[in-house]
Design a protein around this ligand. Structure first.
Ligand code: ADP
Length: 493
């Protein structure tokens, strides 16, 4: 089956439960192209009953998936990676029409997804434990990593294709089975297309399940995850606002949560930085996917001696970014995901300009395509510069600094701590500054947005808990301590 006919005819999508496309016969909800509201598909509006069926299937599939020989699992992951690459053009088209992703962004995601599949394919062969010396004569102690059981995932609409793999593939690589609830805004590229790929690759029924839901119905599905004893962990990528609601509920249910949330990612350009290189890094970091990624650069602190040269070079490069329909491969800036996103950025640009900020470029919108925007001289109380809340769109604030210590302090004056960038020719100084950043990720001489499948991405503070890549073994397994005594015990009574 092909879920979506790329010639433009919309289809009705089903859930994917226990290895089968399951039409619950219930209501559907429309999925629309953010560029022009054209119907992409009608998706199944799932209920708690669908989520229960999916959790039951995942729980039933768990013992044999957990026990599967590493080589058998490896072959499945490698096949899935090949399918992802074979279907590249179709995926590029899907991400453009469903999520407004440029070709630059969708091919980036496809590359990362195939890489992550191939890396995870080998993890089954890595050591799973340690032997620990015991003080008790004749006792041997071992610790072994065991999968948790069913991991439920919420996948986001923005880096939909890659971030969905990240949500379920990592737990699966460590022997868990999964149920995911894709974003209502892009359910195909954040989950259903993955089901097609895994089905073709031959993954056993029930190891991966998808239940889609209409806007407003997420809580009922989440409640199934929280109340089901089989679900041992909830892996959420989204906003910190929703994460707080889910985290409170998880606390009552005593469920483990992994959270990949927002960021207010700063770049610091020191006075000895390569200006040309900094302009390229910031343009990419701030404007990839029109600023709708949690790792986009939101604010640049640039040494005053470089400020004017940097801003004029940056503005020139940013003005040259083609905007419009992302099915045009030359377009870099496609539409924002919905009207709310347009209203948010527009209100914040207006707020800053009203307070006296300088609009260097951008600030205009056509439909939902918002021009990439640079603001300088932004007063400290303007919403877009406070660091309290990320503006999820193509808006970058640039500020000059006189003293790098002050810039380092100001750059961390935010509740978030996801990614940061430091540009300098002095690598030792760059590393020393990186060391002092309270952030999950710091790149020296690279943009805030510099993901690779193998690198552990994750935040501190309000940016979340947990890491991607192999380090996620700590989130998606638990340690079993086993001891064995070969001598009679000595007891005090
Ligand atoms: P974004 O703003 O990036 O769309 P959100 O954090 O609002 O991110 O939503 C992410 C996911 O959380 C979506 O799949 C949505 O369905 C789900 N969600 C939102 N509100 C709730 C809620 N009250 N209970 C459970 N899930 C929710």
């Amino acid at each position: 089956m092909t879920i979506i006919d790329m010639t433009g005819t919309s289809t009705v999508t089903s859930h994917f439960i226990n290895g089968a496309w399951t039409d619950s016969g219930g209501p559907t909800f429309p999925v629309r192209n953010p560029l022009d509201d054209e119907l992409v598909a009608d998706a199944a509006a799932g209920s708690a009953a669908d989520a229960e069926a999916a959790v039951t299937a995942a729980a039933a599939a768990f013992p044999s998936w957990a026990a599967m020989a590493p080589g058998t699992r490896q072959a499945l992951f490698l096949r899935a990676a090949d399918i992802v690459e074979r279907r590249q053009e179709e995926l590029v088209q899907l991400m453009a029409v469903e999520g407004g992703a440029s070709r630059a962004f969708s091919t980036f995601q496809i590359r990362l997804s195939a890489a992550m599949l191939r890396q995870a394919a080998s993890w089954g062969y890595l050591p799973v434990g340690d032997v620990i010396r015991s003080d008790t004569p004749g006792r041997t102690a071992t610790v072994t990593r065991k999968p948790l059981g069913v991991v439920a995932g919420f996948t986001p609409w923005n880096g939909a294709f890659y971030l969905a793999w990240r949500t379920f593939l990592l737990p699966m690589a460590f022997g868990n089975t999964t149920v995911i609830k894709p974003s209502e805004l892009a359910p195909i590229s954040s989950g259903l297309i993955h089901a097609e790929i895994l089905q073709e690759a031959g993954f056993p029924a029930g190891t991966f399940n998808v239940v889609t839901n209409a806007p407003g119905d997420a809580a009922a599905i989440a409640e199934v995850f929280f109340t089901s004893p089989a679900v041992r962990c909830i892996n959420f990528t989204g906003s910190d606002k929703t994460a707080r609601i889910l985290g409170e509920r998880a606390g009552r249910a005593l469920k483990r949560m992994v959270l990949e949330l927002g960021g207010f990612n700063p770049a610091i350009i020191l006075e000895d930085a390569d200006v040309e290189e900094s302009i390229k890094a910031v343009t990419f970091g701030a404007f990839l996917h029109q600023g709708q990624v949690c790792m986009n650069t939101r604010k640049v602190y640039v040494a005053r001696s470089l400020h004017d040269e940097f801003v004029s070079g940056l503005a020139e490069r940013v003005r040259a970014l083609k905007t419009g329909d992302p099915t045009d491969p030359a377009v870099i800036i496609g539409p924002l995901i919905n009207d709310h996103a347009v209203e948010q950025i527009d209100a914040r640009v207006t707020d800053a300009v009203d307070r006296g900020a300088t609009l260097v470029t951008g600030g205009k919108v056509e439909g939902r395509v918002y021009q990439p925007t640079i603001l300088t001289h932004v007063p400290a109380d303007a919403i877009c510069t406070t660091g309290a809340d990320e503006t999820f769109g193509p808006l970058l604030v640039v500020e000059a600094f006189d003293d790098a210590e002050t810039a380092l302090r100001d750059a961390q004056d935010t509740p978030y701590g996801l990614s940061a960038s430091i540009m300098t020719r002095d690598r030792v100084r760059g590393l020393a500054m990186a060391e002092r950043f309270d952030s999950g990720i710091v790149h020296v001489n690279a943009p805030t947005m510099a993901s690779e499948a193998a690198l552990p991405v994750g935040g501190v503070k309000d940016s979340g808990w947990g890491r991607s890549g192999y380090y996620s073994i700590e989130d998606f397994t638990e340690l079993r301590l086993t001891t064995m005594s070969s001598e009679p015990g000595r007891y005090p009574f």
